[in-house]
Structures are given as C-alpha cells and as structure tokens.
Design a protein. Structure first.
Length: 379
C-alpha cells in the first residue's frame, strides 16, 4: 500500500521551504562588501546594439547632409558614433568589464568589415563588367583571326591549366622531399637551418625575378628569344616550392611523435615509417597546402609575360612555341584592346571573372580534399 504523509509532515516541509526562501531573500538583498564582485548585474537588452546603430546612422546622415560629405564620410562617422555610444551606455548601465567587451567587439567587427570592403568591391566590379561577356562562344573559341567583336579565351584557359599543372608536377615532389628532409632527418642541424633560411628568402622573391631566371636558363639551352610553356612552368615552380615546403613542413610537425616511436618499436625502418605512417597522417594538410599554392601562382603575370609569351591560337605543346595564359590575356586585352577598344576590354573583364572563378574553385577543392583525406577519429 502507498504510504501517505501526515499533515504534520506537510507543515514541516512547508515551514522549511518558507525558511529557505527567507534565507535566500536575505542573502540576495544583503549588500556586497567593498571590493567584491557581484555575481549578477544589470544587462542591456538584446536590441541595444541595433538601437544604437540606427541612432548613429541617423545622426551621421544628418551631419553628412549638413556638411555635404559623401557615402564614405557618412559610414566613418556612423562607425565612430556607434563605437563611442554603445560602450558609454554599457558603462552607465552595466559595468566597466562589459563596456570594455563591447568596445573590443565593435573594433573587431569594424576591422572585419574593413577587410571585406576591398573584396566585395573587387567582386562586384568584376562581375558587373565581365558577366555579360561570358557565354558558350567566349569559353570555347580562341582569338585566332578575330578582330573586334567575337572570339574567346579557350586557348588561354588551356594554357593556364597546362602550365599550372606542369608547375605543380615540378614543385610537389621537390617541396615534399625538402619538408621531409627538414623535419625527419635534419631537425636541429645547421644544414636544415640554412635550407629553412633560403626557403624563407625564396618566399619573398618578386615573381618577375623568377621569370627572368627561367628565361636565362632556357636561353642558355635553346638560344635567345625562346618562348615556351614549360619555361613558364619552371618560373611558377620557383614561386610554388617555398609555399609547398613551408606548408608540408608544418603538417609533418603536427604528426605526433608517439606514432613514429610505435613504428620504430615494431622494427619498421625509418623510410617506411615516413611513407606508411607520417605521410598518410599529414596527407590532408599536404594536399590543402599544394592546392592553395596552385591558387597562389595561377594568377601570376610577370614571369609568363617574359618566358611563355602570348599567342592567339590554341597550343597544347608545353615544349614548343608560345602559349597564352589567362593573366597574360587579361594584360594584353586591357593594354592593347584594339579598335574599337570596348570589345577587347570587355574580354579582359570576362577573363578576369573566369580566373577568379578558377581560383575560388581551387580553394573550395582544397577544403573538400582536406576533409576527405583527414584522419578519421574513432567515435
């Protein structure tokens, strides 16, 4: 049978709850001692930021219209008013820590918006000027025997992809082997420090110097005036190798030493440990670094102007004659657009939009490959 509580028991429980509520109320009402931090304090409503933003924008608009400023002046003044008003309101209502937090948060968001402004402006300008040019003919025709309206960038797209692929084939083995030498065999040695120093120096080399080096190298072999796609690939590889080395080096350093020690304890040779344990573990980061390096060099213009040259026809032979690329096509189409000039400049904007799309696709591919090849953790 279910047991029932007596009335006395009920009265005792009610009295205990009333006493505890009285104690809690007295404790909450008790003032804090000087120097102690209260556990709770008043907070601004969630819509406080939007309210301050609206007031700041309205006040800035009034001042801008009165003084005749432009859109930039209105935006700067609105940001300044918002950055001052919200922390001051927070200081009056909340406390100093909350006001400081709101001030720093405002500065972070302003810096983020300033970083996005050039990107948004660039994308909007390129899309506005180049989107209407892109069609099936523009992507599948070359500029052979085309004067004025018409033509396309098919030959430039193929040249860009072939030269970048050849540069990747040259750079990836050299970069990965160098990173393995630095991390696995030369850690702490003078040779490794010297290689790291020279790699850092190569990272800052101007791209036109890489083009001059490739031209000088091929001129010694094939004679002066040489122009070919493989020369452009060599020039781009000089720019890719430092990026690949540094990215692969950092990825190899992230591999736990316990994995290497476990393989050594089983009697596995060092080279096999690197091939079977270290590289597969760091594969996701290595692929991401290589893909980002490709996206970095695919838009280089100066070295390709010097060694790869330009042509209006399709050339798929990296070892013969000139080869057109998208950056060089954009340069010549904008500086030498022909008569009338609007058609050549429109093709330049369209090629720029295609190049941006290729770079964006490479970045998305890097993220996808990094996720696919990342080590699977047990749930």
């Amino acid at each position: 049978m279910a047991k029932t509580k007596s009335p006395a028991t009920h009265r005792t429980a009610e009295s205990n709850s009333q006493e505890s509520s009285v104690i809690d109320t007295s404790t909450a009402a008790r003032p804090t001692r000087a120097g102690s931090i209260p556990l709770s304090h008043p907070r601004l409503p969630r819509w406080a930021g939007w309210l301050v933003a609206g007031v700041a924008a309205s006040a800035s608009a009034i001042v801008t219209l009165s003084l005749g400023w432009g859109l930039a002046g209105w935006l700067v003044l609105a940001i300044v008013l918002f950055g001052v008003a919200l922390p001051v309101w927070s200081l009056l209502v909340e406390n100093k820590r909350a006001a400081t937090d709101r001030l720093v948060s405002t500065l972070v968001w302003v810096a983020f918006a300033l970083a996005l402004l050039p990107l948004i402006s660039l994308l909007s300008t390129v899309i506005e000027n180049g989107l209407h040019v892109i069609n099936a003919q523009f992507l599948t025709y070359s500029m052979r025997n085309v004067i004025g309206e018409g033509g396309g960038i098919y030959h430039a797209i193929l040249g860009t992809l072939l030269i970048t692929l050849a540069a990747t084939v040259i750079s990836v083995p050299v970069g990965i082997m160098t990173a393995i030498c630095l991390v696995e065999y030369g850690a702490g040695k003078k040779v490794a420090r010297a290689i790291t120093f020279f790699v850092d120096v190569m990272t800052g080399i101007p791209s036109i110097v890489a083009g001059l080096f490739a031209y000088a190298l091929f001129a010694l072999i094939f004679g002066p005036g040489v122009r070919m796609g493989i020369g452009g690939a060599v020039a781009l590889s000089l720019l890719m190798i430092p990026i690949v080395v540094r990215s692969c080096e950092e990825m190899l350093k992230l591999v736990p030493d316990e994995l290497r020690e476990a393989a050594y304890a089983l009697g596995v040779p060092k080279w096999r440990t690197i091939v079977k344990v270290v590289l597969p573990t760091a594969l996701a980061g290595i692929i991401t670094g290589v893909t980002l390096a490709m996206a970095r060099v695919i838009g280089e213009t100066a070295p390709l102007l010097i060694i790869a040259g330009s042509t209006d026809s399709v050339n798929l032979n990296l070892f013969g004659e000139r080869m057109m690329t998208l950056p060089v096509f954009i340069y010549y189409s904008f500086t030498q657009p022909g008569v009338p000039a609007e058609f050549g400049q429109a093709r330049a904007w369209g090629a720029a939009l295609v190049l941006i799309a290729i770079v964006m696709a490479l970045n998305l591919l890097a993220r996808l490959l990094g996720r696919l090849f990342s080590p699977k953790t047990a749930r």
